[in-house]
Design a binder for this molecule. Structure first.
Ligand SMILES: Nc1ncnc2c1ncn2[C@@H]1O[C@H](COP(=O)(O)OP(=O)(O)OP(=O)(O)O)[C@@H](O)[C@H]1O
Ligand SMILES: [Mg+2]
Length: 331
């Protein structure tokens, strides 16, 4: 399968001042990533692990410190983030943001917001642009009367529809969704997720889906990437990862789901990863980043950092010296 989007050894460090010295915060630290046309890939991991930084690098709205980003074999890494808005590939890669209230301009009506996107991405004249806005409103189930409203006159779910409409005006090949439902009530979340799932099929888009909610990822995604302190620690087909999480951190994430793992399962007691993550500032390159939180944490883990590698003949990859291959019963 050819890759739609790919990154090679992608890095983003942020300089920070600590005790009078400049040090480097490793927000994204050497990520190899790929996504095929039509695929839905989920990205999970705790707050601050670098998910948003990674998607901003992949969509080229943030410049990497090092590494490559390729979209349909075009090297997007050569384009400065500030020039990306005018790049011909921009219409093929679009983003939906976490909080529709923050990401919509309060001075624009829904129609103006969507029309601006039509103008930027589709290059249509005024009359055609208006017709396009109506058409896209139909795709996302937004009644035309609501198009004349400002964000403060819309509900959370309606604002989410505007945010999605704005992103799909040009029928992008790839939609990157950074926690698209996190700001919504649970009942509205379900409706918006169903809408996204339908649009994905109808418009034949690929999704990169960032979420805290593992159940959502399990439902929507073909493949899942688990991120920890700027790195991918496990990746694989969603069902395989959920049935037999191989990395201790993935096991802990899945164990935290209500009813996810049978308390009687051998080894269930050592699933929980306690404490806080290490600092992302200048992490020691010669030890596992989970050390101190991991129930294993053996001598080799303090001497070298495990790299992401295949553990069997499936597409599964794990960055751990002691991956677990036990299958857990799910309820
Ligand atoms: N502009 C910046 N300057 C300095 N540090 C930054 C900057 N942007 C992000 N960071 C740091 O990079 C790390 C990754 O942040 P990021 O927002 O990508 O995490 P996240 O996984 O999206 O978190 P959340 O789940 O809370 O959205 C964090 O330690 C954050 O503090
Ligand atoms: Mg984020």
């Amino acid at each position: 399968m050819s890759h739609l989007l790919e990154s090679i050894d992608l890095q983003r460090y942020f300089p920070v001042r600590k005790n009078g010295e400049t040090r480097q915060l490793h927000a994204v630290d050497g990520i190899d990533f790929h996504l095929a046309a039509g695929e839905t890939v989920g990205l999970v991991g705790e707050s601050g692990c670098g998910k948003s930084t990674l998607v901003r690098l992949l969509t080229r709205t943030l410049d990497p410190s090092a590494g490559q980003v390729r979209f349909r074999n075009h090297d997007l890494g050569l384009i400065r983030a500030r020039d990306m808005a005018r790049h011909p590939q921009r219409k093929n890669i679009q983003m939906v943001f976490q909080d529709p209230t923050d990401s919509l301009n309060p001075r624009y009506t829904a129609r103006q917001t969507i029309a601006e996107s039509v103008r930027l991405l589709c290059g249509l004249g005024r009359a055609q642009a208006d017709a396009r806005v109506d058409e896209v409103a139909d795709w996302v189930g937004l009644p035309h009367a609501l198009l004349e409203r400002y964000p403060h006159q819309l509900s959370g779910g309606q604002k989410a529809r505007v945010g999605i409409a704005r992103a799909i005006v040009s029928r992008p090949a790839l939609l990157v969704l950074d926690e698209p439902t996190a700001a919504l009530d649970v009942s509205v979340q379900t409706v918006i997720l169903q809408l996204l799932d339908r649009l994905k099929r109808e418009l034949e888009m690929s999704f990169l889906f960032v979420s805290h909610d593992l159940n959502v990822v399990r439902l929507l995604c073909d493949r899942v990437l688990v991120m920890y302190l700027g790195q991918i620690v496990e990746s694989g087909n969603t069902d395989a990862v959920f049935h037999a999480p191989a990395h201790p951190y993935t096991r802990a994430l899945i164990a935290s789901l209500p009813g996810a793992i049978d308390g009687q399962t051998p080894g269930a007691a050592d699933l929980l990863v306690g404490g806080d993550p290490q600092s992302p500032i200048d992490p020691d390159p010669n030890r596992c980043r989970l050390l101190g939180r991991c129930p294993r944490g053996l001598a080799p883990c303090a001497e070298a950092a495990p790299v992401l590698s295949a553990i069997d003949d499936s597409p599964r990859q794990v960055a751990c010296f002691y991956p677990t291959l036990v299958q857990y019963a799910r309820h």
